[in-house]
Ligand binder design. Structure first.
Ligand code: XMP
Length: 512
């Protein structure tokens, strides 16, 4: 979609750069993260309504610290510098930045000049997260101080004439009280945005531009049943209907009933060609006797592509291949590192032997929460839109050791009971990922008067926002008890259930 309004976020290496971009979009203004050294010509070309400098770990006095040209402040475009961004603005325009002896860190009472348009609606003080060592000691000519703390003499500065603003604290994080209002004030009071970024117009505009781009040519999409590929497929189907073919490779390693659910949604509710390939036997054959997790991943990834290619070949030449790439996958870091690619998270990768002319990535500009909003906007069932992440290699990496059909069935049943009870206890919205694992440990048990020697199932549940770190979920004992007793009673060949109480790090979320 071509939003009329754009805010450019110049990335100076801060850990919150994506969060800032998301917050801006939450305020209904489209934003893009770009490397800090983007050229002035490029900025002019993009014609943003405003620019935000992110924080970063560097000091303006560091030899290799990321800098900006003074010209950027002369473009007449409003700039908000956050943390390092403020220090860089001060330093570049002739103010003075000093290094403190100690770091100021934590939620801090900041005194505000609430006559500044940036702090409109705030009291004289507000709690914001501070996290810095360097600070601005003297503002550049033409600027005035608009905030301070007991240890930071200038925690905010403005030059209202040139529309240049700096803040030492982080309004984008949740620890800052009503921090989003500072961002909103910048967007609406300073940049004079109108707020034209809403998901309904994204959907409308995307469908229109996909129609124009694809016309009556043919497109092909690999559906996994996950959120991204599903939303991409539905958008395409609204644009080109039956000229879209979705191939759903069911490798048999999905959760219980999942393959049928995907088929039902896409055949019942949407106008597209849906091809389901039931390839379980093929995958199990290739996986027979394989115990090494990385080998399992590789086999599944390769086989997936092969099956997809075979099906695609039957369709002849395809004009467009649809990919569910989303924004966090394409943002380039400001510090010259390569683009972030979650390689192992991409089951299929790109097929080499499918004859297509161009790739379409309709979700390329969206964050995950925006993909979900788009999904809801398109009428995709909530169950699918809020589906927890599920690894491409599926249950294969939740069966420790070699995979057999029997083990797969045991795991599917146990996992389905766990999910059912989590939903019954209404915990499914709080736990970000939860599943059962079939360990390859057998142990002695007793059932009635009989001795048993059967499998141990492990339950895993984590709370996380980024899946890079996470803590194990403190599921109430009564829920765990119910799950455990149901699994040993209802699933044959399981006589013991354990709960994984390790966080990440040091453990990972998946067991393999
Ligand atoms: P770990 O186990 O690395 O998992 O803590 C982090 C997140 O990534 C998912 N995951 C995968 N996703 N292919 C995927 O598509 C994989 O091979 C894979 N391995 C882990 C995992 O489910 C969790 O959400």
């Amino acid at each position: 979609m071509k939003s009329k309004e754009l805010i450019l976020i110049l990335d100076f290496g801060g850990q919150y750069n994506q969060l800032i971009a998301r917050r801006v979009r939450e305020c209904n203004v489209y934003s893009e993260v770009v490397p800090y050294n983007i050229s002035i010509e490029k900025i002019k070309e993009k014609n943003p309504k405003g620019i935000i400098f992110t924080g970063g770990p560097a000091s303006v006095y560091g030899e290799d610290s990321p800098k900006c040209s003074e010209e950027i402040f002369n473009l007449g475009i409003p700039v908000l510098g956050i943390c390092y961004g403020m220090q860089l603005m001060a330093h570049t325009l002739g103010g003075k930045v000093t290094s403190a002896n100690t770091r100021e860190y934590g939620e801090t009472n900041v005194n505000l000049d609430n006559t500044s348009p940036l702090f409109q609606g705030f009291d004289n003080t507000n709690i914001f997260l501070m996290s810095h060592t360097d600070y601005v000691e003297k503002v550049p000519d033409g600027f005035k101080k608009i905030a301070d703390t007991p240890v930071c003499p200038i925690a905010g500065m403005e030059n209202s004439e040139r529309k240049l603003y700096g803040i030492q604290f982080h309004p984008e994080v949740n620890n800052s009280k009503n921090g989003i209002q500072v961002i909103k004030n910048f967007l609406y009071n300073v940049c004079k945005c109108s707020g034209d970024w809403v998901m309904s117009s994204f959907v409308e505009d995307s469908i229109k531009s996909l129609k124009e781009k694809i016309g009556d040519k043919k497109a092909l999409c690999a559906l996994s049943g996950g959120v991204d590929s599903s939303v991409a497929a539905v958008l395409l189907s609204k644009a080109i209907g039956k000229n879209l073919t979705c191939i759903f490779v069911d490798h048999g390693l999905l959760r219980k009933k999942e393959g049928d659910e995907v088929e039902e949604i896409f055949t019942k509710y949407y106008d597209l060609n849906f091809v389901r390939v039931n390839a379980k036997d093929r995958f199990l054959e290739k996986l027979a006797g394989v115990t090494d997790p990385e080998k399992k991943r590789k086999i599944i990834g390769e086989e997936f592509i092969r099956v997809f290619e075979e099906e695609a070949k039957k369709l002849g030449t395809i004009d467009f291949l649809v990919q569910g790439t989303i924004y966090p996958d394409v943002i380039e870091s400001g510090l010259g590192k390569s683009a972030v690619i979650k390689s192992h998270h991409n089951v299929g990768g790109l097929p080499e032997h499918v004859d297509f002319k161009e790739i379409v990535e309709p979700l390329r500009s969206l964050f995950k929460d925006e993909v979900r909003k788009t999904g809801l906007e398109l009428g995709i069932p909530e169950k699918l839109v809020y589906r927890q992440p599920f690894p491409g290699p599926g249950l294969a990496i939740r069966i420790i050791g070699d995979i057999t059909e029997d083990k797969l069935n045991i795991l599917k049943d146990a996992d389905s009971i766990f999910r059912e009870e989590i939903a019954n206890a209404n915990l499914h919205r709080n736990i970000n990922q939860y599943f059962a694992v079939l360990t390859n440990l057998k142990s002695v048990g007793v059932m009635g008067d009989e001795r048993t020697y059967d499998y141990t199932v492990a339950l895993r549940a984590v709370e996380t926002t980024d899946f890079m770190t996470g803590v194990w979920s403190k599921i109430p004992y009564e829920v765990l008890e119910k799950v455990s007793s149901r699994i040993v009673n209802e699933v044959k060949h399981v006589n013991r259930v354990v709960y994984d109480i390790t966080s990440k790090p040091p453990a990972t979320i998946e067991w393999e």
